[in-house]
Design a protein around this ligand. Structure first.
Ligand code: EPU
Length: 316
């Protein structure tokens, strides 16, 4: 990848809080990995549009850091600009007004787990099936976050984005090409998702949230440092059905396998946990070993779900 260095003069006039050589690995759930050349916190959508346009014109890589829950940052960090949408312009949802079915605009920097709780408290369903999934709304949209009870796509009305040329636009759900852990939003920055909420019985919705969360708590190592499931559930060529990558890793005898500070969880095989102070490279080596062993054991190639940022690739 050919990139240019991002200088303070390139962005200094914009309404953006800028930090140079700022640690970002510590902001991910793994609490591992290096720094960003620039960490940018835009204060408005206009400032974000200008930032994107300028980076595009200068061939500067742009990545968006959400909750850091599905992300591994390489130990030597990343070049270019990392954006955090944590100013008020990019956060929150408004449920005020009458209790009726409605579409609510939710900023990309809003925390999904908080939104699941807030909407349930206000008597709105639409996201209860995603209880316990750590994500920003921007990340959940782009990855089509989900689990055994459904995915994010089912609740989306439309998505507001900024294109590389700095122009803002809205994309209707029908044009989003959502699939399992996939959308066609890789080339744009999500600014907000417009979510369909269904007015219902507050206690029943809160009960459903509790049940979904309890399932996750029972079956996953939630206290460990990890990025959730490391691999996507692959399609079994024999049946055409998706099969749990965790189950395949378990069957390959990999639970408890350790490389340095990283280990395969004993609770769920698709969680690669990291000890305090551990390195991103240990996780990557262990992931490669798991892929090889599952391929040898079952003939199925696992594809990574967790996004890896490094100087060599995978932007955003
Ligand atoms: N299983 C094993 N051994 C394991 C793990 C699972 O035998 O080590 C078995 C379970 O006993 C169960 C089956 O595999 O019979 C499915 O397990 P689970 O319900 O945990 O679901 P999963 O397919 O492994 C998916 C999502 C999770 C999500 C859960 C629950 C993927 C890659 N994973 O896991 O999402 O939380 O369903 O909704 O789609 C994530 O994406 O980060 C993630 C954790």
């Amino acid at each position: 990848m050919t990139t240019t260095t991002c200088t303070p003069s390139m962005l200094g006039d914009l309404d953006i809080e800028l930090k140079f050589n700022e640690p970002i690995g510590s902001r991910t759930w793994y609490r591992a990995g290096g720094s960003a050349e620039v960490l940018a916190h835009p204060r408005s959508v206009e400032a974000l549009c200008q930032l994107i346009k300028r980076c595009h014109e200068n061939d500067t890589p742009v990545r968006v850091l959400g909750e850091g829950a599905n992300l591994l940052v390489a130990d030597d960090g990343v070049d270019g600009v990392v954006i955090r949408l944590d100013h008020a312009a990019f956060r929150g949802a408004n449920f005020e007004g009458g209790h009726c079915n409605r579409t609510v605009r939710v900023g990309a920097g809003t925390d999904l787990m908080g939104l699941v709780q807030e909407s349930a408290r206000n008597g709105y369903d639409g996201l209860s099936h995603l209880a316990g999934i750590p994500a920003s709304i921007g990340g959940a949209t782009r990855m089509n976050a989900g689990g055994a009870f459904g995915d994010f796509a089912s609740a989306v009305h439309s998505v507001d984005v900024v294109a590389p040329d700095g122009k803002a636009r809205s994309i209707a759900a029908a044009d989003l090409e959502f699939a399992y852990r996939h959308s066609n939003l890789a080339e744009v920055i999500v600014v907000a998702a417009n979510i369909n909420f269904i007015a219902g019985d507050r206690d029943a919705i809160r009960q459903r949230v509790k049940e979904v969360f309890a399932y996750k708590k029972r079956s996953q190592p939630m206290a460990d440092k990890s990025a959730g499931c490391m691999f996507k559930n692959p399609t079994d060529p024999a049946t055409g059905e998706r099969v749990s990558a965790g189950k395949l890793i378990d069957q390959a005898g990999m639970k408890g396998k350790r490389i340095g500070s990283a280990s395969v969880s004993l609770i769920h095989g698709n969680f690669l946990s990291l000890a305090a102070g551990g390195s991103a490279s240990d996780v990557l080596q262990l992931a490669a070993e798991v892929q090889q062993r599952v391929l040898d054991h079952s003939g199925i190639a696992l594809e990574r779900e967790v996004v890896v940022w490094s100087k060599r690739g995978e932007v955003r």
